[in-house]
Each structure stands twice: as C-alpha cells, then as structure tokens.
Ligand binder design. Structure first.
Ligand code: 2AM
Ligand code: CA
Ligand code: CA
Ligand code: CA
Length: 265
C-alpha cells in the first residue's frame, strides 16, 4: 500500500472540505439535535461527510468508511483499509463560535493507524502524520514529546468530569485538577489531542468518545511518543466508544497509577 499517495489524496480532500466549511460561515445553518438537546448536527456536518465518501469511493472503491454521520459503512471489524472520518469535530463550537472545531480523518489498515489528519479550519493549521514518517503541523515537523510532572502540566478536560457524574468517581479526578498547574476545556477532542502533540497542553481526558473522535489524533500522538489509552490504561479498539487518556510519556503512567488507581474501579 502506498500510504504517501493516499495521504496526498486525503490532504487534498481535507483542504477542499475546509474551503467548503469556510464558505458556509456566511450562510444560514440547518441545525438539528441527535441524542440530546446539546448533541448538535448541521447540514454542513452531513455535506462534508458525504463529500469525503464520494471522493474515497471514486478513487478507492475497495476501502471501507466509518463516519460519524452514518453515510459510510456499518462495520463490525477493521479488516482491510478503513477510513475513519469526523467531518466536523466540535460541532457546538462550529455553530456558536465559528472556531475551535476541526476535520478529523484517519486511515487504518487491519486496525493499525497509518494516516492521521486533523485540520483546524479557522486557524489554517493542518496536523498530519504517516505512521513511521513523522508528524507535522503544516510544513513544520513536530518534535517528540518529553516527560512532564503533574505539577507542571496543563490538563485538558471537561468540567463535567470534576462534578458528580455517571461515568467516573469524581473523587479520582478532583486531586488531579487540584495538583495540575492548570486545566483547559476546548470542546473538541480532535484538537485537544493535537494540542497534546504540540505541547500546548500536556494531557487530555475524556470519559466517552467514539472512534472518529480519536482515530486521527492517535496516529499523530503515537508518532511523537505520546501515549493513547482509555482511563483504565488499556488500548483503544477504534470500533467502540471508550474513555480516553492522551498524555506525554511518564505523565500518562503517573495519571493511570497515582490518580486513576490502574483501573481498579
Ligand atoms: P462532535 O462535536 O463531533 O460531536 C465535546 O466535548 C467533544 O466530545 C467533541 O469532540 C464532540 O465531538 C465529542 N462528543 C462525543 N460524543 C458526543 C455527544 N453525544 N454530544 C456532544 N459531543 C460529543
Ligand atoms: Ca456529533
Ligand atoms: Ca467528534
Ligand atoms: Ca462530528
């Protein structure tokens, strides 16, 4: 498989999709809700996913596609080549802020991440990696991640997880928030993962994400020596929903061991 050619196609399509999203800023959005009143989707999310699927099917008819808005294939495994696409990650920000959202696109082969692309459309920042070939922000290669203590860390997480909630005992999270240098919350898993890649934050925690939220970010982070697991320290399968801990090496181990009690909950 020539991943460099596939990567060139993917980057071309992501760039075109970014133009379409920018063009939508001065048009009226059609906004609908999904699982709850705060789970939003727009006509642009759907149009962008369909744009990618059209392009992929035209050039790579044997590849399968997993997309958030459901226009791709129904997958029960990741055999062969699978494109994992989130047309807009951070839809709420896209609607309310016209920034702090991204296109997230990954290509996996038999469950192994080969290509990860995340495009911060509003800032014109394209993050991309091919497995084994380095990770980049636009044309600049990103340096490998180095160790960091909790006391010197900025940790990205949603305030919900520090309140009593149904997913995790918030008594595990409160000491981490207290002892970290600072916390941030951006509302876009894809960008929060690339912010770990660039060192803008040191770790990112979420209780429940889907494969399209994390597939591209995982390729970019792992290329830089960062660690991607669920909150019990186990590998993700990129087929089911799971929690997420992305962090610099060392910091990841400390959070799993000293704060999250190695999943003994
Ligand atoms: P989305 O914008 O593509 O839906 C928000 O904290 C982050 O969580 C975003 O990356 C968002 O992706 C993701 N997310 C996953 N499931 C969600 C849900 N049910 N409602 C809102 N955001 C969700
Ligand atoms: Ca969504
Ligand atoms: Ca998403
Ligand atoms: Ca989305």
């Amino acid at each position: 498989m020539d991943w460099e050619i596939i990567d060139l196609h993917a980057k071309q399509w992501v760039s075109e999709a970014g133009d379409k999203i920018r063009d939508s800023f001065n048009k009226t959005l059609n906004i609908q809700t999904k699982s709850n009143p705060n789970d939003l989707v727009t006509n642009i999310d759907k149009e962008i996913e369909q744009f990618f699927i059209h392009k992929i099917r035209e050039v790579y008819p044997n590849h399968r596609i997993l997309g958030e808005e459901g226009f791709g294939d129904e997958l029960s495994n990741l055999d062969g080549v699978v494109w994992i696409i989130d047309p807009i990650d951070g839809t709420m920000n896209f609607i309310h802020q016209q920034r702090n959202f991204a296109i997230s696109l990954a290509v996996y082969e038999n469950g192994i991440g080969k290509i990860g692309i995340i495009y911060d459309v509003a800032h014109g920042e394209l993050y991309h990696a091919i497995n084994g070939k380095g990770a980049f922000m636009n044309d600049t290669q990103l340096p490998s991640l180095s160790k960091r203590t909790v006391k010197e860390s900025i940790i990205a997480l949603n305030a919900t997880w520090v309140m009593e909630n149904q997913r995790i005992d918030h008594n595990l999270i409160i000491p981490l928030v207290r002892e970290a240098r600072g916390t941030r919350s951006y509302g876009t898993a894809a960008l929060e993962m690339v912010f770990v890649a660039t060192g803008r934050v040191d770790a990112y925690i979420s209780m429940r994400l889907s494969p399209w939220d994390v597939a591209a970010g995982a390729v970019i982070i792992e290329e830089l020596g960062g660690i991607v697991t669920n909150l019990r320290g186990k590998k993700l399968d990129f087929l089911s929903n799971d929690s997420l801990l992305v962090a610099k090496p060392g910091l990841h181990q400390t959070i799993i061991k000293d704060y999250l009690k190695e999943g003994q909950w």
